[in-house]
Design a protein around this ligand. Structure first.
Ligand code: UD2
Length: 314
């Protein structure tokens, strides 16, 4: 297993990025965080003090990127406009950040001798393929600008590997949850919104009939997948699902969160969201075989931890 001595984390003040920064700092890696604070928060990394370097800036700024990737052996590219709905409402903006930004990250990386770039891709690339679970060899069927942008990022990664010898790994995240997921926007992850509603004793809104399925993975497991992707020789050039392989329907999720919060409130229902995927569950055979990855956190325990954080953010 290779070692990471110096890393750049784009989007490192965000939900997933900040947990990754925590872990990298804990294993003694020198970390630079690049974030424009559009959806991330300084307070997510404040506790690390001067153990990390924070640079406020945009991934579309290539001058800045060239400066911050210098000396890094690994880049974890987590910065993005992460909402499917937001990409539906403003496809041009999400395209600029998710596509142009990604190309700039890859380009700065190859020009500055970075060994490997680990990219946050998404299960959104599978779209509405009815086959379940999703395996990486299925033909992608993007249904939203966001999904197209993430898929384009994967193709760019593969082209940069072929043309310039940059090692790239793409991780197709399923639905990630855990402490620090910001519930404040209508685009926030459903678990963060449901936790906020349950804690306030309010009814959540379910889009559609609530029978749509998702595969929720705890953020610390996603961090472990990133570290394996950065350090295992077998990861280079790979595209991997990062999920649990377990399925839950949104209505049952609300019941579970209600039960843990000791509230019994009937949800409100609105029409399904444009671009929403009906069924989503991962097959994680590839990442298990190639990288030895197994998720460690059960959904219920992850929800308990997350609820504790929403009640008392630390
Ligand atoms: C997630 C990711 C997205 C992309 C996508 C891939 C998040 C925040 N977003 O989008 O980046 O990778 O997966 O498919 O993780 N819902 C409700 N009520 C609410 C909020 C959501 O019913 O108040 C439903 C929503 O319509 C959807 C499901 O819950 O069917 C999950 O929604 P989400 O926004 O958490 O995540 P998703 O799957 O759209």
């Amino acid at each position: 297993m290779g070692k990471i001595s110096r890393a750049l984390v784009t989007g490192g003040t965000g939900f997933i990025g900040s947990h990754l920064v925590d872990e990298l700092a804990a294993i003694g890696c020198r970390v630079t965080v690049l974030d424009n604070l559009s959806t991330g928060h300084r307070h997510n990394i404040d506790h690390l003090g001067d153990r990390i370097d924070f640079v406020e800036g945009d991934i579309r700024d290539d001058g800045l990127l060239n400066r911050v990737v210098k000396g890094c052996d690994v880049v974890f590219h987590q910065a993005a406009v992460v909402s499917v709905s937001q990409s539906v409402q403003d496809p041009s903006h999400s395209c600029e950040v998710n596509d142009l930004g990604t190309v700039r990250v890859l380009d700065a990386s190859r020009r500055n001798g970075v060994r490997r770039v680990v990219m946050a891709s998404s299960s959104a690339v599978y779209g509405d393929d009815p086959r379940m679970p999703k395996t990486e060899d299925m033909a992608p069927k993007p249904l939203s600008p966001y999904a197209v942008q993430k898929l384009a990022g994967e193709f760019y990664a593969s082209v940069f590997a072929g043309l310039y010898g940059l090692e790239t790994v793409c991780l197709r995240y399923f639905n990630v949850f855990g402490p620090r997921q910001d519930p404040s926007s209508p685009y926030s992850g459903v678990i963060s919104i449901f936790m906020k509603k349950a804690t306030a004793g309010e009814a959540p809104t379910i889009y559609g009939d609530g029978l749509q399925s998702r595969d929720f993975i705890y953020v610390k497991d996603v961090v472990r997948a990133n570290l394996l992707a950065a350090t295992e020789a077998a990861a280079a050039g790979g595209v991997f699902n990062v999920g649990t392989g377990e399925i839950i329907r949104i209505l049952d999720l609300w019941k579970m969160i209600g039960g843990l919060s000791k509230v019994q409130i009937d949800p409100l229902f609105d029409p399904p969201r444009a671009g929403d995927i009906r069924e989503s569950v991962s097959d994680i055979g590839r990442i298990r075989q190639a990288l030895g990855f197994r998720p460690q956190m059960a959904l219920r325990q992850g929800l308990v931890n997350t609820l504790a954080w929403y009640r008392n953010p630390a």
